[in-house]
Design a protein around this ligand. Structure first.
Ligand code: ADE
Length: 228
C-alpha cells in the first residue's frame, strides 16, 4: 500500500526523511514530493506550507497525483485541554474549522451547506495509534482538533474555540486534510504533538518547542507505519 506522510512545515517531515534515508524527489505544483520505503510500505512524503489552502492542495496531490491510499499527518498543535502539556500527543477523533463562519445565515460555526460541522476520523487507525502508545508506554490523548487560518495566541480566542467546538487542541491544517481524505475515501490519521498552549506565550513556546514536538510526533508515526 502506498502511504502519504504529510506535515505542514519542513521540521514536521525532516525526522521521517532522515529515518528512511533514501528517497527520490519530484517537483509538482510549487512543492517537493519525496518517495521512499519504510517498514515494507511505499511512502510519499511532503510538507504543504502553513494553512488550510496549501494543505488542501498537498493532500489532494498526494492522493490524486501520487496515488496515496492512506494519509498520516504528523505535526504540532496548540493545546486547549489543560491535560495536554507541551510534548504530549493527541490524535484527532473529529475535526472542525473554527474560522468558518456563515452564522449570519443561521448556520452553526464551522458549517457550510452540504458539508458538516465535524469530520469524523478513522476509528481503525486510531485503534492502531492506541496500540502503539500502549507498546511505547506513553499517553496518547484522543480528542477534537479545531483548524483555522490563525496562529492562536490569546486566552479569549482559545476559550471561544473550546466552548464553541469542545476542542482539545488547535492547529492550521488538520481539518482541510480530513475534508480531502473523506471526500476521496482515503483513510487518514491526524496526529499532533503539543508545541504551545495557544496563550500569550504561544509564539515563544512554538519557536522553542517546534522541533522537539515535531520529532515526538514523527517518531510515533514511524511506529504506526511498523504496525500497519
Ligand atoms: N500550531 C501549533 N500551535 C498553534 C497555535 N497556537 N495556533 C495555531 N496553530 C498552531
Amino acid at each position: 500500500m502506498k502511504i502519504a506522510i504529510m506535515g505542514a512545515m519542513p521540521e514536521e517531515i525532516a525526522p521521517i526523511l532522515e529515518k528512511i534515508g533514501e528517497y527520490t524527489t519530484t517537483k509538482y505544483a510549487h512543492n517537493t514530493y519525496y518517495e521512499g520505503k519504510y517498514a515494507g510500505h511505499d511512502l510519499v512524503i511532503a510538507y504543504s506550507k502553513i494553512g488550510k489552502v496549501f494543505s488542501t492542495l498537498t493532500a489532494a496531490s498526494l492522493i490524486e497525483k501520487f496515488g496515496a491510499q492512506m494519509l498520516l499527518f504528523s505535526g504540532v498543535a496548540g493545546g486547549i485541554n489543560p491535560e495536554l502539556r507541551i510534548g504530549d500527543l493527541i490524535v484527532a477523533t473529529a475535526l472542525c474549522q473554527h474560522d468558518l463562519d456563515i452564522t449570519a445565515f443561521g448556520h452553526p460555526h464551522g458549517y457550510v451547506p452540504e458539508g458538516s460541522q465535524f469530520i469524523q476520523a478513522e476509528e481503525k487507525l486510531i485503534a492502531v495509534a492506541n496500540r502503539v502508545a500502549k507498546e511505547m508506554d506513553i499517553t496518547l490523548k484522543e480528542g477534537i482538533i479545531a483548524t483555522g487560518d490563525q496562529f492562536v495566541h490569546s486566552q479569549d480566542r482559545k476559550n471561544w474555540i473550546e466552548t464553541t467546538f469542545k476542542a482539545d487542541a488547535l492547529e492550521m491544517e488538520g481539518t482541510s486534510v480530513a475534508v480531502v481524505c473523506e471526500a476521496l475515501e482515503v483513510p487518514f490519521l491526524i496526529l499532533r504533538a503539543i508545541s504551545d498552549v495557544a496563550d500569550m506565550d504561544a509564539s515563544f513556546n512554538f519557536d522553542e518547542f517546534l522541533e522537539s514536538s515535531a520529532q515526538e510526533s514523527a517518531v510515533f508515526i514511524l511506529k504506526i507505519l511498523e504496525k500497519i
